[in-house]
Design a protein around this ligand. Sequence first.
Ligand code: AKB
Length: 336
Amino acid sequence: MSVQQALITGACGEIGQALAQELTRRGGHRIVTSDLAPLPDSIKGLVAEHVQGDLLFQAKVFYDYDFDVIFHLAASLSSKAEQAPEAAHRINVDGTMQLLAMAAYRSEKYNKRVKFLFPSSIAVYGLPSLEAKQNAEAVKENEWNDPRTMYGCNKLYCEKLGGYYGGFYGQKHLNDNPPAMLDFRALRFPGLVSAATMPSGGTSDYGPEMLHAAAKGEAYACFVRADARLPFMAMPDAIQSILDLTDAPRESLTANVYNVGAFSLSAEEFRQRTLRAFPQAQISFAPNPQRQGIVDSWPADVDDSRARRDWNWSPRYDADGFFDDYFLPKMREKYG
Ligand code: AKB
């Protein structure tokens, strides 16, 4: 089996660590990473090379690498991005464009379609009111594309940039002999929950924060109302979806961008399930208006039938499975 050269940007984040571990478990990859931070111990031994620093200045380094696949995970998440919107734009948009340009250049020059996997988000959706959210069906990819956050705007725009670089870069698709262009594929993720790591800077973070606090025996004040509802997914399913989409034959894809869902819970349902597992847990609600507003604009559920149809997407963990077969066993291993 030939070894695939893979780049993971934002490798020190939750998805990055889990992805590097899974690629290593599967074998057949030489993993290069980049991040602002040094590699954590969890993946240090798995990575062939780590480029530490700001992606905007480091992207040029990667013009000399023969990547087969790029997992561009580096991002400033939704809540953090609202604290410093222009800085977030720089990371989320300018950083992505640098990498897209690099991958497009390499694809054309070496006549090889570099795969570019991009984690987008339910943040690209913007429902205008709580009432609209409550009345909406599970949202399809082309509905409610009216984000209310800098992060959501950035993700939506980068999906479009990926489509441009992958299909129409310099209008070269109209040449007599069109060059190879990068192969852009994006997943719109719901809130992700990992048993191994904690998120930071996101707005769906209350789910994992509540659970991890309960497992550690710490009190937790949830920053959204009890009725706030979002779609969530276990981290192993997120990694599975990235790799399933990576491996899908291009001919079977009818789009560049796919919703992926697993289960939808309100914060109160999260609390009830957490209490069932950790009866001593102290969980209260102290809504933060800004973060609540963001959650109110995001859909309660997503329609992922396009992914199910095109590349057989099917999550392993529904809400019961998430708690009983993934999170709680891992917590018992960790904390006893
Ligand atoms: C966030 O809350 O910003 C992320 C996301 C849903 O994309 N977890």
